[in-house]
Design a protein around this ligand. Structure first.
Ligand code: ZN
Length: 241
């Protein structure tokens, strides 16, 4: 196949553009923010379970605390009642003595119940603290998720812009390439991972980076500049500079 030197030079330019498009498409697909956002979602989901568990625990302790408060109130009410009766002085001396005894027992009971109440209050505070920590973690993760979404949108927009730019450049280069050479390029490019044409740099093919043997190199040198070459190793179109 023969193609004008200008046509071959334009083909190398087209290859550069196609490589840039491929790189931008690859970058778009593998933006690290996508993976980071997925990881954040997993953490938020796990955190939601932790929050639900901690809130259920807090609700249980709140019931225990209310129950304990009622216990203390009941004993306190009974003590007030007994103290009133005692101070009124009504009743037989035996009854008054019994009341005094009861008051001592009730005071002891009240002190025990207050100890229990204090212990439950501490558990209640700890449960509340736990819920607050989990919620603050969740808030932080959601904030990070928002930031990552913005970063992802910006990075994706940059890639899309780059692709559009290169595609416009592509439409300008295409008419400079002779039809059969372009058809061959597209065929090789599809088979060779997006690279259809490469420069001959020194004695190496810039597509597969292999050295071209001396005999082949001599043969290439003897060929007219409009002769279309192929690399013997990777079969890509080899363009001389
Ligand atoms: Zn090659």
């Amino acid at each position: 196949m023969k193609a004008a030197v200008e046509s071959q030079a334009a083909l190398i330019e087209l290859q550069r553009i196609d490589s840039a498009i491929l790189a931008a498409q690859l970058k778009l697909k593998s933006l690290p923010e996508r993976e980071q956002i997925t990881a954040i979602h997993t953490r938020i989901a796990a955190g939601a379970i932790e929050i639900a568990t901690a809130e259920a625990e807090l609700a249980d302790v709140a019931i225990d605390l209310r129950r304990s408060e009622v216990d203390v109130e009941q004993v306190a009410n009974r003590m007030t009642k007994d103290e009133n009766r005692l101070s009124s002085g009504t009743g037989t001396p035996k009854e008054l003595e019994q009341l005094q005894h009861e008051l001592v027992t009730l005071a002891k009971r009240k002190a025990e119940l207050e100890d229990t109440e204090l212990e439950i209050m501490m558990r209640h505070d700890a449960a509340k603290e736990k819920v607050a920590i989990f919620k603050s973690d969740e808030e932080g993760l959601k904030k990070l998720e928002l930031e990552l979404n913005v970063r992802l949108e910006n990075a994706a927009a940059d890639c899309a812009r780059e692709i559009q730019l290169q595609q416009s450049a592509r439409t300008l280069v295409i008419p400079k390439i002779e039809e059969p050479l372009l058809a061959l390029y597209e065929k090789v490019r599809a088979a060779e991972y997006g690279v259809g044409a490469a420069l001959l740099i020194g004695n190496k093919c810039d597509g597969c980076h292999l050295v071209i043997n001396a005999i082949e190199l001599e043969r290439i040198k003897s060929l007219a500049t409009d002769e279309v070459l192929r690399c013997e190793d990777c079969r890509r179109i080899l363009v001389r500079i």
